[in-house]
Ligand binder design. Structure first.
Ligand code: HEM
Length: 478
């Protein structure tokens, strides 16, 4: 009786699965217009309650562990892919400790060493790739960005040994592993289907590669790289147990998978927008020349802070294309919604869609336009967010350091609360470095010269550009 309104559908069980799945942002917008900020729809037979708007973001993402639970929803998909005893295959308190271990490895010092590694990977990729031979050409950009993302992430986060294996076996294995993230696996994760068999084989093989590397490093007594693996090898749970090798291996898989999809699709959107807006690509080039010097010296971590437009490119792209459009939680006990008559019963799933506020004209004037200059000081279309200053902002210790509570923000591409992303800074360093290096090398434009970009593919768990997404490239020094 006190449940939120139910979205009408002609179909039992299937409910609104299809209309939601084809275009989630549109589904949210249309139903928000009809029913308000809270409404329920049927997703694969489950009553799924969407709560959009800033209060909704806060209600779901800052939900207490006794009320909401992520692992109940995600584990069927993630555990066969990552492996046992990590992330959503363990109690939340253990995940909090694991996130703390992973976070500790992502220091300023680490980022200082990553930027040259990432920059070198990008330039050598374009030197070697057959698709970028000559002075100009046309290329379907997303598969290229997927490779650049995995080479840069594996080299910086996982070290040289692992990076080299991506030229040989690891790329295909990760591809097979990826098949486990097909959304049909929410229902068919257990089934002995060909793609699930390949997923399981890939998981075992990759985990063994990491475990062998750990053993080799331990036998050698030291490691020349103080990377993520090295940090995890030295980490101990609060109860005194050192992190077991298989958990290190599974966390390495989880980190690479979590980062790969989101960063790869974001970098593809960046390149597509640069092709649609060659004027912005020129602004970026000028920014580097003016702020780093006309000779464009090798890129360093410290340089990134001197390139505000380059940073705004990432922010603006994530505003329109957050790769995770729906964040889900199982409801553990009846949850009254403050300020309303509604109570969400435990049979429901809660769904948070931060993209709705990120494209709401209340907060972002001219919301559907990709305009990185909106993040400039004094822009007439600057974001209208309540930005509290540092001291006012409430911070909470979720077990991996103080994080901003800010779940009521309209802009949350990295989530909020206890499940908030630990990879935000890494992703920013990686994406800013890739963008800066591409801008040094190329001029892009759309093949038809228009300023439009292609639509979004929502068929996999992480949204990304539809393909083929062709762009025209031309080398600057040609
Ligand atoms: C969690 C987005 C890159 C590791 C999350 C969440 C979001 C997100 C929205 C919250 C999920 C939820 O609440 O259910 C992004 C975006 C990225 C990115 C947009 C890049 C553009 C990365 C990278 C890494 C990473 C590079 C690893 C180095 C994680 C981890 C979690 C997480 C470990 C925690 C999951 C949890 O506590 O349940 N990310 N992410 N992410 N992300 Fe990221």
């Amino acid at each position: 009786p006190n449940e939120p309104p139910l979205v009408f559908s002609w179909f039992p069980v299937v409910g609104s699965t299809i209309t939601y799945g084809m275009d989630p942002p549109r589904f949210f917008r249309e139903n928000r217009a009809k029913y308000g900020d809270i409404f329920t729809f049927i997703l694969l037979g489950k009553k799924t309650t969407v709560y959009v708007g800033c209060q909704g973001n806060d209600f779901i993402l800052n939900g207490k562990a006794k009320d909401v639970c992520a692992e109940d929803i995600y584990t069927v998909l993630t555990t066969p892919v990552f492996g046992k005893d990590v992330v959503y295959d363990c109690p939340n308190s253990k995940l909090m400790e694991q996130k703390k271990f992973m976070k500790i490895a992502l220091t300023t010092q680490a980022f200082q060493s990553y930027v040259p590694i990432i920059a070198d990977e990008v330039s050598s990729y374009f030197k070697k790739s057959a698709d970028f031979k000559g002075k100009s050409g046309i290329v379907n950009i997303p598969p290229k960005m997927a490779q650049i993302t995995i080479f840069t992430a594996s080299h910086s986060l996982q070290g040289k040994e692992i990076r080299h294996k991506f030229d040989e076996t690891l790329a295909d294995l990760y591809h097979d592993l990826d098949m486990g993230f097909n959304p049909v696996n929410f229902m068919l994760h257990w089934a002995p289907l060909p793609w699930n068999n390949r997923r399981d084989h890939a998981q075992r093989t990759i985990a063994k590669i990491y475990m062998d590397t750990i053993k080799e490093r331990r036998a050698a007594g030291k490691s020349d790289a103080q990377d993520m693996m090295w940090h995890l090898m030295g980490s101990t749970y609060k109860n005194g147990t050192p992190v077991p090798d298989h958990e290190i291996a599974h966390m390495m898989i989880a980190l690479l998978m979590a980062g790969q999809h989101s960063s790869s699709s974001t970098s593809s959107w960046i390149m597509l927008w640069l092709a649609a807006r060659p004027d912005i690509m020129e602004d970026l080039y000028r920014e580097q020349v003016e702020n780093l010097g006309a000779d464009l010296p090798p890129l360093q971590y410290e340089d990134l802070a001197k390139l505000p437009l380059n940073q705004a490119i990432i922010k603006e792209t994530l505003r329109l294309h957050a790769p995770i459009h729906s964040i889900m939680r199982a409801v553990k006990q009846p949850m009254p919604v403050p300020g309303t008559k509604y109570v969400i019963p435990p049979s429901h799933v809660l769904l948070s869609a931060g993209g709705v506020t990120a494209t709401d004209p209340t907060f972002f004037p001219d919301p559907d336009t990709w305009e990185p200059h909106r993040w400039d000081k004094d822009s007439p279309i600057a974001p209208r967010m309540v930005v509290k200053n540092e001291d006012e902002e409430e911070k909470i210790d979720y077990g991996y350091g103080l994080v901003s509570k800010g779940a009521a923000s309209p802009y949350l591409p990295f989530g909020a609360g206890r499940h908030r992303c630990i990879g935000e800074q890494f992703a920013n360093v990686q994406l800013q470095t890739i963008t800066a290096m591409v801008v040094r090398e190329f001029k892009f434009r759309n093949v038809d010269g228009s300023n439009k970009v292609i639509g979004t593919d929502y068929a996999s768990l992480f949204s990304r550009p539809l393909e083929p997404a062709n762009i025209h490239w031309e080398k600057r020094n040609a």
